[in-house]
Design a protein around this ligand. Sequence first.
Ligand code: GLU
Length: 280
Amino acid sequence: MKLRKVTAASAAVLALALSATACGSDDSDDADSGSSGGGTIKVGIKYDQPGLGLKEPDGSFSGFDVDVATYVAKELGYDADKIEFVETKSADRENAIARGDVKFIAATYSINDERKEKVNFAGPYLLAHQDLLVKTDSDITKGTDLNGKKLCSVTGSTSAQNVKEEIAPKAQLKEYGGYSECIAALQSGAVDAVTTDDSILAGFAAQDKYKGQFKLAGLKLSNENYGIGVKKGDTATTDKINAALTKMVSDGAWQEAVDANFGPANYKNEPAPKIGDIVS
Ligand code: GLU
């Protein structure tokens, strides 16, 4: 009997504790889609893409997307020290936004109809093109050379989807979680080529540790219009971000970010797109 009473009491305490925890996590969810209490904002970026979104060994962040995100956050009222960057891998982006893990995402995120069903997009703020990265001595020069070859891309990317649907349906496509894993596979010879946006591939090719080892094929296999992902239906934030992007171009900060981040990789980017102007 005694034992049973104790058990019941413990169960009551446990139930209380659990409900308190549930309330607690509800509260932090309510801390509104990525703008958590204490005046900070959560922003999704990539962590492994040099020149675009990279977490440096000292814990700082660099890249064009990071600069765009920092500018946009400032226009939304958050200084750089109020930004909490969160890694959003290609396959996680729609869910991260829907769950409210982040307020917005700037992560080489191409605008397309499928994604527009799940998220709002501001932008575009950059036009890139799908390309191939191969070893310097490779004889792969065009998309169809990939049929029968081992090719790496990333799960949840338009790059992987384009390969399967049109570029090389007969390639042996390996899909990893991030592009840095594909680059390691290319270096080791586990794959013959890596495919994604030229902006991303140029950043890897220019890294000291890979200098002279890889080349871009220089094919414009697709148009990738980078947008900023926002919660579906959040027109107010989308409009504010569009205004921020327009300002970033007109005050020269966009070009500065291009020069600082794409200059070292010798990536020749397209001119700044107009907001709402999607190249199909
Ligand atoms: N821009 C393409 C996409 O959104 C490829 C790069 C990436 O995976 O982030 O899927």
